[in-house]
Write a protein that binds this ligand. Sequence first.
Ligand code: LLP
Length: 415
Amino acid sequence: MDYFKYSGNELFCEEVPVRDLAGKFGTPLYVYSKRTVLEHFEKTKKAFAPLDPLVCFSVKANSSLAILKALKAAGSGFDAVSGGEIFRILKAGGEGNDIVFAGVGKTEQEIRAALSARIRMFNVESGAELARIDGIAGSMGAKAPVAIRVNPDVDPHTHRYITTGKRENKFGLDVVAASAMARGMGDFSNLRLMGFHMHIGSQITRVEPFVRSIEKMLALIADLRAAGVSVEWLNIGGGFGIIYTDKDKPPAIDDYAKAIVPLLKNRGLRLALEPGRFIVGNAGILLTRVQYVKETAEKLFIVVDAAMNDLIRPSLYEAYHRIEKVEIVEGEEPGSIPADIVGPICESGDFLGKDRYLPGIRGGDLLAVFGAGAYGFSMSSNYNSRPRPAEIVVDGSAFSVARKRETYEDLVRGE
Ligand code: LLP
């Protein structure tokens, strides 16, 4: 569900024709629908409402201050994985109590910053990290709230790069090690055990891996409680899949909730969730303009002004993003030759889409790359010395610049 719709043969974001935005702000351009973001947030809250969840938007998916501000105003918490993300959350008006902090490599400086901000809890990923947090908290006269991240060794059936809860992944501790850590918590005078965390992967399109993982977590918690360890929180992470193509059939958020809520009801546990992609994925498009159409013996290449530095998902994960013309010409049929939509970067891996059949493409046409709201701009870079795109947030018939397009001067700042 999103608010990018064709009307009168052209694409609108909410009530704004995106052609106007491209004309005003240039391309490549990220355009976000605020209404889509907020509806996904509300849907998540509502689906899990019987458990009164703390929904912590995963900032890595889209760290634009404008998006964080909108979510904060809607009552969202935040999942951070770096000092930079904590800085952004605070800049956007978020408070310490809104923040949970995961990641296998938290530095001393990041832990200090998190403690100063009085975050809600650390999601601890190793014994060495736990000891480090204890030491730093002690030196600051603080008591650090920690949840232990468990690696439940469950296959989420997603791309291997975004699988995080299998034994061979670097994340969390196995159930036995997590149990030992929880029991040994008394050795650390500057820590307070809040509960457990898991995040088994991203773009998961089945309910079953969540259920299996949660069952493992519940067994662990029951065991520990029987041994007198108090456990308040269970954070089940993010990973809810979205629709990128008609072939994707992820469960609706209500279906996930239908399976998960009964498992957790009346357990005396507080639930946290860390959705990223589900909130923002379909709330953003990348607009790009066709520069050249090049026909070879093999293929048609549609060369556009966006590239892998702007949206790396197709190159990195061979991810599929729907690509459509912004303006539809009545009666034009899809071409008969498969076309690759490619950027100007000097790598054959620089493509946004492969083997697509788009109708009547000419230089100057505007294309929309859908599903670009999550892990789009947030994974962008300056590769090939390309200034990063502007980001626009649409709200009804209004729009604002969330981030200006970078300039050449921005490229050399700091050198
Ligand atoms: N919590 C933790 C601890 C995470 O590491 C992640 C994502 C999330 C929550 C949010 O997951 P989501 O709900 O968005 O699936 N760049 C990749 C995705 C990487 C996800 C990393 N962790 C992509 O573009 O597909």
